[in-house]
Structure formats: structure tokens, C-alpha cells
Design a protein around this ligand. Sequence first.
Ligand code: ZN
Length: 346
Amino acid sequence: MQTQLCSLALAFCLFVSMGVSAARTPFELAGTVTTEGTQNSFLADVPGTDVQIPITVFHGTQEGPVLTLSAGTHGDEFPAITAVQRLREDIDPQALKGTLILVHGANIPALHQRGLSPLHPEDGKNLNREFPGSLEGTATERLAHFLTEEIVGRTDYLADLHSGSANQWLWPHIYAPFVGDPELDARTLAWAKTAGMRHVVLYGDRPRDPTNSISYPNTAMTRGKPGLTLEIGDRGLNDEDDVRAYLDALHRLILALDMLPGQLPPSEGHVVYERLIEVETPEMGLFERRCEIGELVEQGALLGLVRDYFGDTIAELRAPTRGVVLMLRHAPPVNQGATLVTLGVE
Ligand SMILES: [Zn+2]
């Protein structure tokens, strides 16, 4: 009797363990299939163009969310591209829950312009303003369409990884958008706060219509999926400190979704900004900054001057309200109406 019970128990255990280890459905992305416990790096064709997007997929051995970490939306922002390359070396798909998609360069045509422009060279458009895109549209619109369908469409969580452009100083910050869906908005903000980044910007000025979603993360949000923007690094540089800060933030975002073993380090001391104020120049000329990146400025403080070509001051830029300088123009030449300083307001 005891022997019979033992063999019954053994059979039950075997049955259960077989159930747990049942094969996961292979993950297909842009025609490339990745089986459980493996990884795949490939070039995905963007329909209607001759552009190929470099992607790595890790398909874990256990069920879990699909997370996309996407670098290179703009052509002159590099630290995230290097961080994502290093992350590719770190991830063991055998230890992964769910599926991790790494987009190594979302806008390859914009990248190959000597690091001088964030924009697509063919149509001069900003990819992060052309979502959800169109298969019949311009080069940038077709790229946006591909990212909407193949990346956002296949993912549960998106992080779009930016830096300051070549002509921009930038204080590291993370955007948590909100779209008026309390559950989604709260989940997105909570996830943003896990990244270990002190400065968190709430962002709600994008349309809530999925057919006019404008930006990459808002395309995720308007489809019910958390979509963050990270901003680390600036001036078109690829500094080691910024790459390491990026890698740390990406590890934390993965750990926060319980996709890898390990303890999520605490993130404390957040400063949450409810809005951004853009300070524009009323005149064309040469900009001279009078504030520092990351500085807390009081209402009325002098932020910078615009001089004419002879050196005479033609405009004074002052802080319309108290705030922290999150972005600041680096290169002196400025056109009328250009944003020279962006303040985060608590
Ligand atoms: Zn950018």
C-alpha cells in the first residue's frame, strides 16, 4: 500500500513538473521566430523602405510580460545605444521571465549623419512626432508605422531611450505620461519611479487618440500599455558615466517587472514635476547662458541673453516661474522662437 502511494505521488509530481515546464509558444517578431530560453539578433525590414532595424529578442523560459527597451529614436543621442549593446551581453534568456525586446537603433537613417541631427535625412521629420505613422506616408511615417505595429503592438511595456541632442545640455530625467486612465497612469508612474532616477516629469499634453498618438511612448499609452521616456546624457556625447547610468536604469526597469532574479534596489528622493515651461527667444541671434543645467532658479531670474552679431544684447530671457533647469541650449546660434531653456515646475 505504501509502495502504491509512493508511486502515485511520484506520478503526480512528474505530472505537475511536466505541466510547469510545458513549452512556451515561440515569439515571432517581424518574421523572425525566437524559441523559449534563446535569443536572436536580426535586422528587421521596414515595409515600403530599404531601411533595416537592428533588434534583439530574448524569449524567457517562464511566462511574463513583453518589455521593449528602444534606443536611437533620434540620430544624435548615443548613450542608450551603447547601454543596450551592453545589456545584450548581460541577459541570460534561460533566467528570464517573459520576453525582452531590444531595439538597438529605432531610426538608423537619422543615426548616420555624423551625429549632427536627430531627424530623418530623407524627409527632415522628427520620428517622435510622426506616430502612429502610415504605410503610405513619407520615410519617417513608414518607420513610425513599423514601430507601432511590430514593436508597440507586440509589447506590454515600452521604454523609449533618449539623451540631449548635440546642441542641448540635459539634466537626467524620466517622463511618466498620463492619459486619463487612472489604473494605467498609476502603473506607469510607479514603474517610472523604479528606474532610480531622481527627477520624474508627469507628461499629459499629448493627444489621447490612438490614431493620432504623435510620440512613441504615447503610442503605447493610447493602446493601454505603460510607455516611458528616459533622458540621460547630452550634447551628442557618449560618456561612460551616462552609459553606466543608463545601464543601471534599464536593469532596474527589468527587475521592477520581476523578469529577472534579483532584488530591485530602492529608488528614493524623487522630485516630481507637474509641468514643463519652455522659455523661447523672441529674437534671432547668439545665445549666452546665465544659468546652469540642474540649477533651481527663482521667478524672474536671468536665464540668458541673446546678442546680435555685433555683441549688443537684443533679448533677456527670464524665468517665468520658479523651476529647475532640465534642458538648456548649448550651441549659441538661435532662431526666433527657439526654446533655449526648459524648466521643470514642481
Ligand atoms: Zn531624443
